[in-house]
Design a protein around this ligand. Structure first.
Ligand SMILES: Cc1cc2nc3c(=O)[nH]c(=O)nc-3n(C[C@H](O)[C@H](O)[C@H](O)COP(=O)(O)OP(=O)(O)OC[C@H]3O[C@@H](n4cnc5c(N)ncnc54)[C@H](O)[C@@H]3O)c2cc1C
Length: 303
């Protein structure tokens, strides 16, 4: 209930104005690695130094014309070049709506093709995040088109709250895909997504098992310790090589768990976004764990 209330309240223009003005100082910086690339690079390097891989994202979702999407493409090229110059173990993850998917799928496809080619020349990798259910078909179409064009350095995401995800996984397996599995962060109707957490969790375990058994690369992106333990025991019990399994968590969430897995010899990647347009990202993080609202509120009182 609270999750839904926070996601709905996030749309209020008044709340947006207030949070955008003060949020970074009030605690958004726990989840966001700064507003500029220079600030982010410091954080990315420090995560690498602790044995963690990273993916970064220039935050932003709403673009309204081609010129804006071109600016995003150019910004990501700068990010990829900077990662190379700084010799960081960092790839990028992005939302296709940031490249125009909401108004022109062909444009988004051309933009992402350019970025994946650029990343490929640098030996880097691009992940297509998964957004609201209305974008799943188009995102998977673009992913398949990139793979059909011969790009191996691209992956995408499946959300266990969607009823359709097991079928989507089956349809992708022939590609030996690089897939990140998440529970799902958006407000979805019970027509398309499990409303109950226990069903989302059970679906998550089934997707992981199927992906690990079938081949390809499985990124287990959750902070849920029971599901992480399940993935480890399932992989070990079925002789799945560790090179095909990665754990992914969010910057600012469960740091000790991240480092504990690194110490056990697992590959761990921390999703670490940055940029001035952090409002919606922060709201999704607050909705996932309403205690995070208290964290922000405490900072407000302390000021
Ligand atoms: C690397 C990564 C990439 C993601 N990419 C996408 C994507 O492309 N599309 C998409 O829809 N969703 C994405 N998500 C978000 C995901 O869908 C979930 O909303 C989010 O991960 C919370 O669910 P959980 O799996 O951690 O499990 P939960 O059952 O929600 O949480 C398990 C435990 O983790 C802790 N926890 C979880 N979230 C937080 C938080 N925000 N702050 C503090 N503690 C927390 C809590 O203690 C909780 O008890 C991504 C998540 C990760 C980790």
């Amino acid at each position: 209930m609270l999750r839904k209330a926070i996601l709905a309240a996030a749309e209020s223009p008044r709340l947006q104005r207030g949070v955008r003005r003060h949020g970074m100082r009030l605690g958004a910086s726990r989840f966001v690695a700064g507003e500029t690339l220079d600030q982010a690079v410091v954080v990315l390097r420090s995560l690498n130094e602790r044995g963690l891989k990273v993916n970064t994202t220039l935050l932003g979702e709403g673009v309204s014309d081609e010129a804006e999407t071109r600016a995003v493409v150019n910004a990501y090229k700068v990010i990829l070049d900077r990662i190379e110059a700084e010799q960081l173990r960092v790839n990028v993850a992005l939302k296709l709506t940031h490249l125009g998917l909401a108004f022109d799928e062909q444009l988004a496809r051309a933009n992402i093709g350019e970025l994946v080619s650029h990343a490929g020349r640098l030996g880097n990798f691009v992940r297509l995040d998964m957004e609201e259910s209305s974008f799943v078909d188009a995102t998977l179409r673009v992913f398949r088109a990139l793979r059909a064009d011969g790009h191996e350095n691209v992956g995408t995401v499946l959300q266990s709250y969607l009823y359709r995800s097991p079928a989507d996984l089956e349809s992708l397996l022939g590609l030996e895909p690089n897939l990140r599995f998440v529970k799902g962060a958006y407000l979805e109707s019970p027509d398309v997504a499990y409303p109950e957490k226990k069903d989302v969790d059970a679906a998550y375990a089934r997707l992981i098992e199927r992906s690990l058994t079938a081949g390809g690369f499985t990124a287990v992106a959750t902070h849920d310790e029971a599901l992480i333990a399940h993935a480890i025991s399932y992989a070990e019990g079925n002789d799945i090589p560790r090179s095909r399994l990665q754990f992914q968590m969010l910057y600012g969430v469960r740091g000790k768990l991240q480092l504990g897995l690194v110490q056990q010899g697992y590959d761990v990647l921390v999703a670490t976004p940055y940029g001035p347009d952090w409002y919606r990202y922060l709201m999704r993080r607050l909705a996932e764990r309403p205690a995070n609202v208290l964290f922000i509120a405490r900072n407000l009182v302390r000021r």
